[in-house]
Design a protein around this ligand. Sequence first.
Ligand code: G3P
Ligand code: MG
Length: 260
Amino acid sequence: MRPFLPKPMAGAPPYVIAHRGISAKAPENTLASFALAASAPGIDMVELDVRLTKDEEVIVLHDRTLQRTSTGNGVAHKCNLEELRTYDAGSWFDPSFRGERIPTLSEVLRLVGPTRWVDIEIKSDPFQADRRGLIEEKVIAVVEQSNMKGRVFYSSFDHHLVANLKRMVPDAVTGVLYNLFRDFGRLPSKLARRAEASIFICAKTELQRSMIDDARRYGIAVYVYTLNSIKDAQKMIQLGVDGIISDNADDIVSLVKQKQ
Ligand code: G3P
Ligand code: MG
């Protein structure tokens, strides 16, 4: 697979990014969901969320707590990987997915790495201030061990974390996620350049024409989430975004990839 570039080649359609895998059809952030994304033709990339366990393993999980997406309870970072493995991460979505587990980043990279780029969204946790810097270090180590350097990018709502990661790996591709309440009124160029990032990511309801214009002026890529309908995807293609993040990327891919 060729190395990842923040923007598609000139004239090419936007990247299609499977949000937490094909999370509309399988439990989010599980191997089942990522397997669907790896087998659906035309998908460029998968997005996933990472956190640290108590024993400093990198797991793929969106929430701080376990109860929404597994049979576990309480906060994930207080559990060792072995304990987390005992929880069922599939049956909350549908009984047919019973037996899915919370995966490690390394397992997901092994599954999707040969055919897809990966957007690793690092969840930072203010309740783990004593572990500052640790998750970046562990994630980088997993990516290097998995031979995925050059085929992933790192994103976070925590722009200090993004800047720190860039200091640790100067050739890493990074993205900043927009937080409306914190970042309102700040343009992509300001936020991205401050963290030395090359990608700006925001929700579909947050995107303004002025943001697109500013990003284009400074050569910053713009990705938008979560676009689950053809109508939403069409609107964003017309606005000229570089990446479309969707829960049902397999359904919208043919629209995005058709000649505009
Ligand atoms: O990276 C885009 C999106 O995943 C950010 O929000 O809450 O789905 O992780 P969330
Ligand atoms: Mg995410």
